[in-house]
Design a protein around this ligand. Sequence first.
Ligand code: P6P
Length: 338
Amino acid sequence: MLKVNRNIVTLDEFTINQLRTFSAATGELSALLRDIGLAAKRVHVEVNKAGLVDILGDTGEINVQGEAVKKLDVYANNQFVGVLKHGVSCAGVASEELDDILPFNEVVSNKSKYVVLFDPLDGSGNIDVNVSIGTIFSIYNRKTALGTPADLQDFLQPGSQQIAAGYIIYGSSTMFVYATKLGVNGFTLDTSIGEFCLSHPNIQCPAQGQFYSVNNGNFYEYNKGVQEYIDRCQRKDKSNGGPYSQRYIGSMVADVHRNLMKGGIFMYPATIKKPNGKLRLLYECNPFAYIVEKSGGMATNGQNRILDIIPTELHQRTPLFIGSKNMMTELNECVMSK
Ligand code: P6P
């Protein structure tokens, strides 16, 4: 009698099981998440041997962000573009590494109902020093007619319209975390079988945490409301939970993932040098805002809900405050009135 270990639920089994709850589902979203998982496995292999092969360092190119492009950035971008272009569920992509949208514009892709935006390897400045990095992705229903090439309007949608959003963190283990309207679930890569396996079902962001994440080096560039909140984080006494610990590793995926799992708040406020903040709305802030809200947390730009922002440009930036509900509520008391 074949003993089937039913305790292990793979990403593919999980997404197929979820689509069974939607009678009208076509299986395209499940196929899309499988494609993203495949590219992530390939990136995992290279990230985990980056120190051994000549894939470290810069390509000598500068991307649309004006940042030095690491070889692994280019590799990761090519993997995600490749699997999505050759799949059957994506009409086109937008990437931090590409100046403009990339409509695949061929018969099968043009019939696909989804477009995908992603940051293929966020935190890549940390590659050479072995700090966790990640991929961030966002999935929308296209607005343009099926059968036609994807267009910019398919990508410039508010985050509230996302069908799904997720990230892969390449850390002590490689985890695939994604959210749909049904909730947030985490899958850990079991390299012995080459599958992402359900390890963190129904992730809930704790309403209160002990970590605040911000670049304190910019403190005197932040507005008074943000400075007041940071001051509160440091002055808390035992009666209200004690002072928080500052945890900031300079890799958004790692910082937000920790706060999502344990509770905490991550901030990348506007600064004098970066009046719109540093982080990108479409493929960094929107996906994480969707994930954190679906797990019970909150995400704003200091004034408005991130998911309500109507995008006007592909690579536009936004200040970001994201995390535990109670901590975000206290932050809002400081910044909303300023
Ligand atoms: P700073 C990495 O370059 C990144 O985009 C995010 O992953 C990270 O949270 C942020 O920048 C760190 O920026 O200005 O604090 O070094």
